[in-house]
Design a protein around this ligand. Sequence first.
Ligand SMILES: [Zn+2]
Length: 286
Amino acid sequence: MSFVPRSVAAVVACLVAAAVIVSATSGLSAALAASYSLPRESAVPGGVHLIRLDYEGSAQPAVDVDGQRAMVVQDGGVWVAVIGIPLSAALAPRKVVIHDGAGRQEIDFTVGDKRYASQSLKVAPRQVDLSAADLARVNRERVIIDAALSRWSNEQPESLRLPQPVPGVRSSSFGMRRIFNGESRNPHTGMDIAAPTGTPVHTPIAGTVIDTGEFFFNGNTVFVDHGRGLISMYCHLSAIDVKPGQHLASGARLGLVGMTGRATGPHLHWGLSLNRAWVDPELFVP
Ligand SMILES: [Zn+2]
């Protein structure tokens, strides 16, 4: 079945691809007990699985999935693991390893089926059939992007309910297989929000700018670390207003909407990475 755009947001598009690099750091700290805003659960590729741990100690448990450190937060005194599931995940049990005050345990969960539609897009030929120089550039940039996504800081994100960073129509194109100029490419790993060039983009929750740069596919991009493996990415910006290392309060402006990089019109590409897996931002929008 072919994809039929439902709105202007669905016809503007870009591509964001990511490789997975295993990275973990240690250093645990106690988290405060309070009621906490969690994302909606959807245990499918590109979704989020929540595991309420049978452990109420104050020391932060260590959680990892596929050798990747994963988020654990405190919700009303109960520890909850918040696991991102890669779009490439097989429909098979997935193992989560937990170290807490009670020892080591393994929890399996099953990834459910989700079929994402495909989407055909037309862009400049040089953005699909890359020259040797552009391919080398993309490979260099992939290393930079991987480094940004592998950042770990141990502060609990202030919330896992994230207001959209820019007003506009949210596309539902996360996970769609992309066919550029008739050629199959990687799936879409974020949410596109249609907005005019120059519209201010705001960080939904507090964070620290990891990196900024101008990338072949993503155009002008900002990466923000929100803590415990939650990294957000803002692409195709016409202007970047922040610098690496800068702390951003919730709602702080980080740049302006544009269509730099591979984009078919002005929009924000908003990516959310959890334990190095791109997850659907829609699950986090209040
Ligand atoms: Zn996009």
